[in-house]
Design a protein around this ligand. Structure first.
Ligand code: ZN
Length: 235
């Protein structure tokens, strides 16, 4: 099997990866998804993946394009190396390195390596991922250079010509909402608001106009601020 118009999307069930999945479905005739269980302290994001995939499959001709979902269980391997605020009950704070304590060292590098292995097996040419260095938490493995270096490593290490695409790399959070509207109109914006998850605390009890979450953790603040800027720019 070899699809030049095929893609594997790193899909967590959050806003960014859902927007990337819609972006890939609008472009490629065959799109598969991969998600990772890595001992994150709230599995709620992973629970969002099924309903979001179902919602996207009901839009346009995306149901015919959406292929298999792969869930890679990394068990406690990343969490076991050392506690972070995403994999334990540690408080979310800035560390001495100037990074939020939610940073899980190596996470995106591991994800891309596994995604490459799946894409190799499945004959998928493109890897699509939601990394962004425009309006982000400062994680070094979200930067364009880190992603490009991984693309090179995957191609050298597997003798392939994978292309790692990051449609959100140079897009801020307001423009990410705008891109969703462009790709799928109001129904896609509504799906993202209602069914995707960003909150670091795993809170889904409070529904804001930008979605569900505690409203005060760094992930909620980024998502809410992007929503407000996007709404203001649209007026
Ligand atoms: Zn939150």
């Amino acid at each position: 099997m070899s699809h030049s118009h095929s893609a594997l999307v790193l899909f967590s069930g959050g806003q960014d990866s859902t927007t990337c999945l819609a972006w890939a479905l609008a472009r490629y005739s065959h799109v598969e998804t991969v998600g990772f269980a890595y001992g994150q302290r709230h599995a709620v994001e992973l629970d969002c993946r099924g309903p979001v995939r179902q919602g996207l499959a009901a839009m346009q001709d995306w149901g015919e394009r959406l292929g298999d979902d792969h869930l890679v269980d990394l068990g406690a391997s990343l969490a076991g190396i050392g506690a972070t605020a995403l994999t334990s009950d540690e408080d979310i704070r800035m560390t001495a390195e100037g990074l939020p304590s939610t940073f899980v060292p190596g996470r995106n590098l591991v994800f891309l390596a596994y995604a490459g292995a799946i894409a190799y097996r499945r004959g998928l040419r493109r890897l699509v991922a939601g990394m962004c260095e425009t309006d982000y938490s400062g994680y070094p493995d979200c930067r364009d250079d880190a992603v490009k270096a991984m693309q090179l490593a995957l191609n050298l290490g597997m003798d392939r010509r994978f292309v790692v695409e990051t449609p959100l790399m140079w897009v801020d959070k307001a423009a990410t909402w705008g891109l969703a509207e462009e790709l799928g109109g109001a129904p896609l914006v509504e799906l993202i608001v209602e069914h995707t998850h960003s909150c670091y605390l795993g809170d889904r009890t409070t529904r804001h106009d930008w979605g569900r979450g505690c409203g005060t953790c760094p992930a909620c603040e980024l998502r809410a601020a992007g929503w407000r800027r996007w709404r203001e720019e649209r007026l």
